[in-house]
Design a protein around this ligand. Structure first.
Ligand code: ADP
Length: 204
């Protein structure tokens, strides 16, 4: 493998980041949006903003989120579609926390296809379950109740993990080892971006 990267800073790409809760998506997203200079589209953030504003959607969403369950697709799709249709997403974006179910993924494909766009690549941030639990216990965030946390991991395994196969079949998946320090992991992310840029043949 060559260490030479053809991807340079500020290149516009359409990327999806998938990973279980506690995998370190937030940290990698921060670096990615800065590196690619694209908007960060986090459905978790969008939902938390609705919850904070106390909108009817927010009140409904909170009931699911507090239980570690996914919010129904119908609530998510409108929100994301609107955001993706705004002008700043035309050149590129980083999707974080979406899609999370197969119906969400196929809706996204349809939406992009209608606009003659496609996803350049999907990054899976892979971290074993026992490490996720260890990290959660170490950071003890207010929303990290162990029982709810394990429900969120299960919902990832049952509802979101099938997306990995879905994107792998499209030749778009890159699995990143999520163990190590953040900078080292970001190095792996950049190599995957490079493979996305080279096209399907350079992907594995
Ligand atoms: P995490 O990746 O740590 O689970 P997020 O910030 O991505 O956290 O999401 C927080 C919560 O918001 C999820 O547990 C879920 O209830 C809800 N949520 C976020 N994105 C989606 C989505 N695409 N579909 C359904 N529910 C979602």
């Amino acid at each position: 493998m060559t260490a030479f990267l053809v991807v340079s800073r500020g290149i516009l790409m359409r990327i999806i980041l998938i990973g279980p809760p506690g995998a370190g998506k937030g940290t990698q997203c921060q670096r990615l949006v800065e590196f690619l200079d694209v908007p960060h589209l986090s459905t978790g953030e969008m939902l938390r903003a609705e919850v904070r504003s106390g909108t009817p959607e927010g009140v409904r969403a909170a009931a699911y989120m507090d239980q570690g369950q996914l919010v129904p697709d119908s609530m998510i799709l409108g929100m994301v579609t609107k955001r993706l249709e705004s002008a700043d997403c035309r050149g590129g974006f980083l999707l974080d926390g979406f899609p999370r179910t197969l119906p969400q993924a196929s809706t996204l494909d349809d939406l992009l296809e209608r606009r003659a766009m496609n996803v350049d690549g999907v990054l899976e941030l892979a971290v074993p379950r026992d490490e996720l639990v260890r990290r959660m216990l170490a950071r003890k965030r207010a929303d990290d109740n162990p029982e709810i946390f394990s429900k969120r991991i299960s919902s990832f395994e049952v509802q979101t993990a099938p997306l990995l196969e879905y994107y792998d079949r499209q030749g778009k998946l890159a699995t990143i080892d999520g163990l190590g320090d953040a900078e080292e992991i970001f190095g792996r992310v950049k190599q995957a971006l490079d493979r996305f840029r080279r096209g399907p043949a350079g992907r594995r």
